[in-house]
Design a protein around this ligand. Sequence first.
Ligand SMILES: Cc1ncc(COP(=O)(O)O)c(C=O)c1O
Length: 414
Amino acid sequence: MSDLLAIHGGPKTRTKPFTSWPVFGEEEERRLLRTLRSGKWGKLHGPETAEFERRFAELHGCRHGIAVVNGTVSLRIALMAAGIQGGDEVIVPPYTFLATATAVVEANAVPVFADLELDTFNLDPRAVEAAITPRTRAIIPVHMAGQIADMDALMEIARRHGLIVLEDAAHAHAGLWRDRPAGSMGDMGSFSFQSSKNLTCGEGGIIVTNDDRLAAACRSIHNCGRLEGGLWYEHHVMSANYRLGEFQAAVLNAQLDRLVEQTETRNRNGRALAARLARIPGVYPQRTPAAVGRHSYHLFLFRLRASEFGAPRAAVLKALEAEGIPVSGGYALPLYRQPLFLNRAFGPYLPEERKQLDYGNVSCPNCERICGEEGAWLEQSLFLGSEADMDDIARAFEKVHAGRAALAAEPAAR
Ligand SMILES: Cc1ncc(COP(=O)(O)O)c(C=O)c1O
């Protein structure tokens, strides 16, 4: 095969499409039709949501599951259930989807950003400890890309300081830390079922917990402040209707049948690709500590060090794309550099304490380096394929590395 890069007119490394997402089949159709014909479309009337809550919680080592409309409100409800209040501080990573931090703002609390470990892309426990003040009430570790954050260290810090831990496991369905499932190690876990996620129904979320009191609070908040056994028009706490519907749960129940097997496949393929890409100068796949029992690979993260690889990140990503490998530079900004935070555009959520806050002063150098210079990712559905798919991805990286001189010389690359 020609060595000429596809971006310069050479043959593509990969011409076949990768596995498309979502994956679905007859079981989704059967459950959806059954739900349709039953006429029981709401959570409080049909069997699907209750079945899904039970099965999903059990798979994640929890006694309780509260299914809600998305993985943003699941965070918000969990924070409200934990009693987070105006002016409380909640430590979050800056390398995550917006919702991890805005759920804190919506709970009328203050997001405080702590830096990542450069190699795992997850919260650095030392940075978390350094960010703790007398106002800190909670930590939200994100299991970034489906790799569990260092829960040994984070739980130890949390217990020592009396902090609540809410796992943002939006990327980590069926992920394991040794044999402990995502969502079962902190006080609560939150998952998303939005379209791109490893378990999806288009839009949805869930809170899981082993704490009976927190579960009862979440259940009430997601259901208009009602109490179990209470009257329909009896409302006890500030809340709303966040219930997941039966059609979504029907799809999730069918998706759940495949989740463990799909996660095993992604885990196997992701680890194999990481081992192979690590041999290329300047390519640093996300480091996976030995305690990660199963990586969900919602994303395959890597860093690309231009000086060692021999070409700039943007040019390499473009060249990979041309070779037939869909790739992204990932989050372009640490959350605290988003205009929302720089301008404190918090709408009605601006308690007195936060008026002094200047997110322009926040500095998380590892996150800035990942966003601005080195970070990149591949999406989960690529990892549902075969070893041959991994081979194609690796060969594309190797080819682009071999052709790096031409990329480095391109004016557009500078
Ligand atoms: C880390 C993280 N947390 C929370 C969310 C919010 O989930 P949703 O889109 O379901 O509101 C997402 C996803 O999109 C996410 O990636």
